[in-house]
Write a protein that binds this ligand. Structure first.
Ligand code: ADQ
Length: 453
């Protein structure tokens, strides 16, 4: 079997159910490496003054070989906090108003990709397959090709690909598109994002493909969760305890739950406004519901994240100020990060799951919520039409996240939904979540990569 080399911005160590944050992807990539042998390359998460002259660190963690490099402060600011998170992330999520356009950032981004390629190239053997993840590393393949690497290299984009008009607002749009064409396979979460990419190539830059002489394959690989590991986390005492604590603290009230990274793409402000609208429209529901929003802090160095945090603090406070009583507060807004097994218990306890991003590559919280439900008495998922997950999860209550009215109506409908309808919708959703899991995702990507070019 060919060896696999996984490249992602961060290399994550093995975690257990107690660890917070994105375990599913890391577990899937580790499983792929266990099957194929090979190594995982990426940033160590550290900065060092001498990063540029230090050799990468090789370790074996949980049977997997990892090779990591540090960044200098300047690289961290230009590549990671800069071009990746202040230029590309807002661009890919249709927020041109938040996009930084700065040649210095673009230069730093390219320089780190070139340095990573130079560290990685000597480790690659001709029969290896390389799988590169996400927007931080678009130029990696073209840099590897410059160094003579000829093996198959695939790219998977975890975020959306924006419409033609939006992508062209990136000053370096042609350079980035050209770099993507150095891959043998480019994978997207949904047909929508794949089509937008093809459309960009066809309309603006037909000449790019002709120029490079390469026409990579594109494909759609919707990522899933590790449903089995999630089911196990749900059975733990820690999950049970979190479930019971939430239920007890909400005494007979219905629980609405949101779980997100605190990011402007997740629609948190609109979600709070939609909930406020629900309270305004439905005085009979006051004191009968509690909305728990868990929003753990992320990218705190980036100004737009500091700003949205301040707005959310104010909005949550405003709603509670307007509607709470001495023994009831409608919103519980929580910034603390939670263990995965605790999250599983909270999902289980929630009567309604609110997943309402303004746009999202996929959104795994929607799938985790479904996986956590009681098969005899499941809750209802309210899902944004603009999450990649909506392409698969058509039996959720799909809403336009920009409309407070639509969200308010959907909450009312979800709370009143008869058990028979809840069961019917949930069964279809749960079947999809179990079948299209993270293992199916990585297998289908790697199968197509093997068959490419
Ligand atoms: P993210 O934007 O991080 O990922 P998402 O898919 O929603 O988004 O979440 C990833 C994981 O983080 C989930 O497993 C979730 O449980 C966990 N998580 C989220 N909020 C948390 C919290 N408050 N506490 C603890 N854990 C939390 C990017 C793309 C997505 C895409 C994924 C995977 O933006 O669209 O689904 O990659 O490809």
């Amino acid at each position: 079997m060919t060896r696999l080399i996984v490249v992602s911005n961060r290399v994550s160590a093995p975690t257990d159910a107690a660890a917070p944050s994105s375990g599913g992807l890391a577990m899937a990539l580790r499983a792929a490496l266990q099957d194929h042998g090979g190594l995982w390359f990426g940033w160590s998460g550290e900065t060092s003054e001498h990063a540029q002259s230090e050799p990468p660190k090789t370790r074996t963690v949980g049977g997997i070989q990892t090779v990591t490099a540090a960044l200098t402060e300047h690289e961290l600011e230009t590549y990671y906090n800069g071009y990746a998170n202040r230029t590309l992330w807002p661009l890919l999520h249709q927020r041109l108003d938040l996009m930084a356009s700065d040649r210095e950032l673009a230069k730093g981004y390219l320089a780190v990709n070139a340095r990573f390629a130079a560290l990685l190239a000597p480790l690659i053997e001709p029969d290896d397959q390389v799988w590169v993840h996400d927007y931080h590393l678009i130029p990696l393949a073209s840099e590897l090709r410059k160094l003579g690497v000829t093996c198959r290299i695939g790219f998977f984009l975890h975020t959306p690909w924006p419409a033609h008009q939006i992508f062209r607002a990136l000053p370096e749009h042609r350079a980035r598109a050209r770099e993507l064409l150095a891959y043998d396979l480019i994978g997207f979460q949904t047909e929508e994002w794949r089509r937008a990419f093809e459309d960009y190539l066809a309309r603006d830059d037909a000449e790019i493909a002709a120029e490079t002489g390469r026409q990579p394959r594109t494909g759609v690989y919707p990522i899933g969760i590790d449903a089995e590991a999630f089911a196990k986390a749900l059975e733990t005492t820690a999950a049970g305890r979190a479930h019971d604590r939430l239920m007890a603290s909400c005494a007979f009230r219905k629980v609405l739950l949101g779980v997100d990274r605190l990011d402007y793409s997740k629609g948190l402000e609109d979600r709070l406004r939609g909930f406020e609208q629900f309270l305004a429209d439905n005085p009979d529901q006051h004191r009968r519901v509690t909305f728990v929003q868990i929003a753990n802090l992320s990218r705190e160095q980036v100004e737009s994240y500091q700003q949205i945090r301040a707005r959310l603090d104010a909005l949550a406070g405003h709603i509670n100020g307007a509607y709470a009583d001495f023994d009831w507060s409608p919103v519980r807004y929580v910034n603390r990060e939670h263990r995965r097994d605790h999250l599983a218990g909270l999902y289980r306890a929630a009567h309604v799951g609110l997943v309402t991003p303004l746009i999202d590559g996929m959104n795994l919280v929607a799938k985790e919520y479904v996986a956590a439900q009681n098969p005899d008495d499941p809750g209802v998922l309210i899902l944004s039409r603009f999450a990649g997950a909506a392409e698969q999860m058509k039996d959720a209550l799909l809403i336009n996240p920009y409309s407070a009215d639509e969200l308010a109506d959907a909450i009312r409908r979800a709370l009143a939904m008869p058990k028979q309808e809840r069961l019917k919708r949930w069964e279809t959703l749960a079947h999809g979540v179990r079948t299209d899991d993270v293992t199916a995702w990585r297998r289908s990507f790697l199968k197509d990569l093997s068959a490419s070019a």
